[in-house]
Design a protein around this ligand. Structure first.
Ligand code: SF4
Length: 522
């Protein structure tokens, strides 16, 4: 599957504003269009690169068009409109920055999909910035109009941006407006010192944004995102909320993803660390990572209504631990200390199970009977690293028993193979997932082992623009607990930096599904 997402066209003024096309050999930089001279000067003071240029366009749409139309500019690769604006929200203060997610002149609206990325970069630079809708008006707005525009969802109003966007002529374009005292023209200067200061500080960030702009290919790893165990766990909480009403308590994060948890929280789920935070008689869901028998006993003793969302593939490892322990084996559990799944598995046979994280742990391992050792694994380990530890165990305990089938689950295996395939072709890999998601972290490590830089991000706003400088091919995947929508959000954000061609590399397809527990069946 290949799909191309072009830059938004800004035809409204393109016929009136002409720029020379950038020659192939040139290193086109940033062009900043600033309506007022003081705005242009503030931006100039902040710029750091010789390839950056500022054009003072004049106040108001007519002057802006005339001024820009007359100029034959240096070649540029990306354009930013920068200036002051009236802030329309009560929560905006002078100096706050609004990055336009769309610009309207009341008739035509142009969407600028990279706004969130740029706003996040401005925040990382210490500025107060947010993405939102900007409207270009014909004349100064009075307070009643401002209230109406704010009610219509606009964050800032100016008098030029809609007329200037066409100058980008298909190149990446962004808009950064600094909130002044709320007025326009010379009257806003006194109250606009903070705004001008913010524009100066925003200038190097605009350069960073321009350096990240280029046409690029996104290689989508397939499979990616939700696995069957995560889909099941989320559906269990959703159904529990529907069938039993709010609140429904969930012990630990249902899956390790901040978006999923925040979404369920909004719908009435209450996430707790331990059962003593759950009122007697309430409904509690155990997370996909599983719990130890001690937690089950505690819940039962408290009379809690338990719904178990433990992934069946984790339950399989628990059953193996119980079986090996019953047969008198010492179980070497390969996994990461402190991970909830590992805690749960260790709890199945605590006196018979030892955790080994590395081959060095194996060297120090002493067991009662070296002829009666078995190993198990956390389901979300890196396949090759886990194999190294298992190999060290086998060298030390040649009669060691293995689990009946692989413990590292199909979803972990498939996502690691898929990310490896895209990492081999990519300049950079982005992995959507939360920091506490083991399988997501493993995808970053898997990419890095192929020699390709990789970053774990919860969403598009975590992308540092400096990662993208010089990057033409981005590999993109998502951990088993990361929602598919995050991948779409990241692609949309990248399309604000230049035309994006999305190609999917599918290494295998998945059809695994797990049934729901009886408590939430309809
Ligand atoms: S990653 Fe594997 S073990 Fe974990 S929930 Fe998904 S399918 Fe189950």
């Amino acid at each position: 599957m290949t799909e191309t997402i072009p830059q938004p066209r800004t035809e409204a003024a393109a016929d009136q504003i002409e720029f020379e096309a950038a020659p192939e050999s040139a290193k086109p930089g940033l062009l900043v269009l600033a309506p007022l001279r003081i705005e242009a000067n503030a931006v100039r003071r902040g710029l750091t690169k010789s390839t950056s240029h500022v054009l003072h366009t004049g106040m108001g749409a007519t002057r802006a068009r005339k001024s820009v139309g007359k100029s034959q500019q240096n070649p540029f690769g990306a354009m930013v409109v920068m200036g002051t604006a009236a802030g329309l929200g009560d929560d905006l203060s002078p100096g706050d920055l609004v990055v336009a997610s769309e610009v309207s002149d009341g008739e035509t609206t142009v969407a600028l999909p990279g706004a969130d990325l740029l706003a996040a970069e401005l925040r990382r630079a210490g500025l107060t910035a947010r993405a939102g809708r900007v409207i270009t008006v014909q004349k100064l707005v009075k307070s009643a109009e401002r209230v109406q525009l704010a009610a219509d969802g606009y964050l800032a109003a100016d008098m030029e941006t809609a007329a200037l966007l066409g100058a980008a002529d298909g190149r990446p374009v962004a808009v950064i407006r600094a909130v002044s005292d709320g007025g326009f023209g010379p009257g806003m200067v006194g109250g606009g010192i903070a705004a001008l200061r913010s524009l100066r500080k925003a200038a190097p960030v605009a350069e960073k944004w321009a350096a990240a702009c280029r046409e690029r290919t996104v290689l989508l790893a397939g499979p990616r995102s939700f696995c069957a165990g995560v889909e099941r766990a989320i559906e269990i909480v959703e159904r529990a909320l529907e069938m039993r009403g709010t609140p429904v308590y969930v012990r630990k994060q249902i899956v390790h993803n901040t978006r999923v948890v925040a979404d369920l929280e909004q719908r009435g789920a209450v996430f707790v660390d331990e059962l003593d935070e759950v009122p007697d008689g309430a409904t509690v869901v155990f997370s996909a990572h599983g719990v130890s028998p001690a937690v089950r006993d505690d819940a039962s003793g408290r009379g809690l209504a338990v719904i178990d969302a433990t992934c069946p593939l984790v339950s399989k490892v628990h059953a193996e631990a119980r079986r090996f322990a019953k047969e008198g084996y010492t179980v070497a559990l390969i996994g990461h200390a402190g991970h909830e799944e590992v805690e749960g598995t260790l709890g199945e046979a605590p006196s018979s199970t030892v955790l080994v994280q590395t081959a060095a742990d194996v060297a120090e391992l002493n067991v009662a009977d070296p002829a009666k050792v078995a190993y198990l694994m956390q389901t979300t380990l890196a396949i090759d690293e886990a194999a190294d530890v298992a190999g060290a165990l086998r060298d030390k305990f040649p009669q060691m028993r293995a689990p009946g089938s692989d413990d590292i689950c199909y979803a972990t295996t498939n996502r690691q193979a898929a990310v490896r395939a895209v990492a081999a072709e990519a300049d950079l890999v982005l992995v959507a997932g939360s920091k506490n998601s083991s399988n997501s972290v493993r995808l970053v490590e898997r990419s890095e082992r192929t020699g390709t830089a990789a970053h774990l991000i919860d969403g598009a706003t975590d992308i540092d623009l400096s990662w993208l400088s010089g990057v033409s091919v981005v590999g993109l995947t998502a951990g088993a607990s990361a929602p598919p929508a995050v991948v779409s959000e990241i692609i949309a954000a990248l399309s604000g930096l230049g035309t994006v061609t999305v190609t999917e590399r599918v290494t295998t397809t998945e059809s695994v599904q797990f049934g729901l527990p009886r408590e939430v069946r309809r």
